[in-house]
Design a protein around this ligand. Structure first.
Ligand code: ADE
Length: 254
């Protein structure tokens, strides 16, 4: 997959050399190209922003510079254009999966109060454009949001996680884990500071272990994110598990 990022802080993306994403790049699975937006600014100060029409605080990024940068980076091609903004649609695991199926993504993170909206009108008509938010809080710029999205997408690319690990058991993974949080995990030793690993995990009984993991995912989701649970999507065994949490005095939301 090719990923281009145009930013006034390309150095912000140094973590893309590390760990999983570094390896994916070294293997050629991920081709990340970073671009300094200021290279498309032609005044002596390399100005990329100006005061907002209508007044108000802060500065707005100039459309001509973004336009020239995007035109040069895309050439005759048509990547999916992703503009991070707190006013975008939520970035979810489903969106990460959609992006992982694309051959080419172009990220355009803004600083200041954002990019002149005509840039989104222009490229919304020419490319597939998504304005996306990584959560209901405001960052100082879109760069951290781009790092989050690239990491979420890169680990889904074939060959990145390796055969031994898979993304199918992740929280929010489509299929059985959709709308569920993953439950607790344990490793050796079997007793640590008096805390024991749940016995079923030592039993070697795959069916019982799978049921236990499912129950713990349901228990955790009901405690922490009850709004995620759609009872209509649960199996009779899931519903019985929820009833038994209630009987045990577990705080389960309806
Ligand atoms: N830029 C600033 N805040 C953001 C957020 N929450 N998501 C995406 N981009 C942003």
């Amino acid at each position: 997959m090719r990923i281009d990022v145009i930013s006034i802080f390309p150095e912000y993306f140094a973590p893309l050399d590390v760990s999983l994403m570094g390896k994916a790049r070294a293997k050629g699975i991920l081709d990340v190209r970073l671009h300094q937006l200021r290279e498309w600014a032609h005044d002596v100060h390399k100005t990329v922003d100006d005061t907002p029409y209508g007044g108000g605080p802060g500065m707005v990024m100039k459309p001509e510079i973004w336009g020239a940068a995007i035109d040069d980076v895309i050439g005759e091609g048509s990547p999916r254009l992703v503009v991070p903004t707190p006013s975008g649609r939520p970035f979810t695991q489903a969106v990460a999966l959609e992006y992982a199926a694309e051959p080419w993504l172009l990220f355009a993170p803004a600083r200041y109060e954002g990019i002149d909206s005509r840039v989104m009108i222009e490229y919304g008509a020419r490319l597939r454009l998504d304005e996306v938010s990584i959560g209901d809080y405001v960052l100082a710029g879109g760069e951290a949001a781009v790092l989050v999205m690239i990491e979420a997408v890169a680990r889904l690319l074939p060959g990145v996680l390796g055969n031994a690990v898979s993304a199918v058991d992740d929280s929010f993974a489509p299929g059985a884990m959709e709308n569920l949080l993953e439950g607790p995990v344990f490793t050796k030793p079997p007793v640590w500071r008096g805390h024991e690993v749940p016995e079923v995990l030592l039993s070697g009984h795959h069916g019982k272990i799978a049921r236990w993991r499912r129950d713990e995912a349901l228990r955790r989701t009901l405690r922490k994110r009850p709004e995620l649970i759609e009872r209509g999507e649960l199996s009779p065994a899931d519903l019985r598990a929820i009833e038994s949490f209630r009987a045990d005095g577990d705080p389960v939301a309806d």
